[in-house]
Design a protein around this ligand. Structure first.
Ligand SMILES: Cc1ncc(COP(=O)(O)O)c(C=O)c1O
Length: 418
């Protein structure tokens, strides 16, 4: 494959300490597990260090300068997050620990207040457990019904099934943008239109898309969006829920205690303004600030540039994997679905995915094996475990070539020894 250089990976790998000082002894690191968590650039690590070294104080409380600086940094991160997804106002950004907590917030707050027996929630078979379990527990508490949209034989969302299952009882459609296992990219704008036509709200799990393509919540016309910083070159322990302001205004608090109140009396309390009503207790301040740095970093590279380079990489990854005997890839290939995500999940006939991942690891190649928190999807496909290689804008053609070469040797070794 001929690629004009320098590539986006050439330009950005130098920003990441992990790609020069990684901890694998005497081995080149080939990190192909970006979908599980992204690596962090110097800038983000520095932002965390700077905060704890210079500005560490609690937010929204102190009259002193340090607290004012911490609060400014924290609220600036909210502004950056709002701009990153083109939210109407930073009041629509609620900081959470991660995307899982963001979805739980909607289930607990909106779900318990709004849903009653026989109301329906639609999710898809390809959801991560974080978009299954909160609704299952909500159904136990409210008597609402969860319905599941199936997938097609090529591993894409079955739009016919979606159309059939959407009805006047559907109150929420909660679905993933890019599947972390199938890699397919759901057409959120079109799907949202269908859901809104029957009066249903739409929640988008954008964990696997936010770092890979521009996302504009206004254009998509969705109602809720969940994101995790650690998938966006930011730290762990911070994520966010975006929701339309009107919805957040109407929703009751989720967690409660300090920070989220306006007044506390002996027998009742009143709530702080948005978004603080949903942010109980001391938040992850430095982490939020560093997430802002990460989002600015991604913006400076350009989400369109990232998307374009990752398309090239994904095409190459598929070409390499498709040429391996006995290997089967889940989900649509880049020709069937050019918008698909930059990952490939696969099985190899007669070989356990864990063995492949463990052997590749002995050569410094990190891929993921298991159910990827998608057990219902794996059950539907009759699989226990799959292997997944996932890319980022820092990935190179050379890494994919080395991975596929090692994979061929690994398969041949395992075939001889099992
Ligand atoms: C599609 C998808 N949704 C949700 C999550 C959950 O993210 P977190 O664990 O950061 O809450 C993940 C993480 O792997 C994911 O890939």
């Amino acid at each position: 494959m001929t690629i004009s250089s320098p590539t986006l990976a050439d330009q950005t790998r130098v920003d990441f300490p992990m790609f020069s000082n990684h901890s694998l002894e005497n081995q080149k690191l080939i990190y192909l597990d970006h979908a599980a968590t992204s690596q962090k650039p110097y800038k983000v690590i520095e932002a965390l260090k700077h905060y704890y070294s210079n500005d560490n104080a609690n937010v929204h409380r102190g009259a002193h300068q340090l607290s004012a600086r911490a609060t400014d940094g924290f609220e600036q991160a909210r502004q950056i997050t709002a701009e990153f997804i083109n939210a109407e106002t930073p009041r629509e950004i609620v900081f959470t620990r991660n995307a899982t907590e963001a979805i739980n917030l909607v289930a607990r707050s909106w779900g318990e207040a709004e849903l009653k027996e026989k109301d329906e929630i639609l999710i898809t078979l390809m959801e991560h457990h974080s978009n299954f379990v909160p609704w299952q527990l909500l159904a136990q508490r409210t008597g609402c019904i969860i319905r599941h949209i199936s997938i097609t034989s090529s591993g894409e969302l079955d739009l016919e099934d979606l159309r059939e299952k959407l009805n006047s009882r559907t109150r929420l459609l909660s679905l993933v943008h890019i599947s972390n296992t199938l890699g397919c990219c759901n057409d959120i704008a079109e799907i949202t239109q269908l859901a809104h036509n029957v009066g249903s709200l739409v929640l988008v799990d954008a964990c696997q898309s936010l770092a890979h393509q521009p996302i504009d919540v206004k254009k998509l016309k969705i109602d809720f969006l969940a994101g995790s910083s650690h998938k966006l070159c930011g730290p762990t322990g911070i994520g966010f829920l975006w929701a339309r302001e009107k919805l957040l205004e109407e929703m009751p608090p989720f967690l409660c205690g300090g920070e989220m109140i306006q007044d506390v009396f002996l027998d009742h309390s009143t709530w702080a303004e948005l978004p603080h009503k949903f942010e109980a207790g001391t938040p992850a301040i430095g982490e939020a600030i560093a997430m802002g740095t990460a989002l600015n970093y991604l913006k400076s590279i350009g989400l369109k540039n990232i998307q374009s380079w990752e398309k090239t990489l994904t095409k190459h990854l598929f070409e390499k994997l498709e040429s391996i005997d006995g290997l089967q890839i889940l989900g649509p290939n880049p020709e069937q679905q050019p918008s698909r995500g930059a990952l490939a999940t696969f099985t190899v006939q007669g070989i356990h995915a864990d063995d492949i991942a463990a052997l590749l690891d002995t050569n410094g190649i990190c891929i993921r094996s298991g159910h990827h928190c998608c057990q219902p999807l794996h059950r539907h496909l009759g699989l226990n475990s799959t292997a997944r290689a996932s890319l980022s804008f820092t990935s190179t053609i050379d890494e994919i070539d080395q991975f596929s070469e090692e994979l061929v040797s690994t398969i041949s070794f395992l075939k001889k020894h099992i």
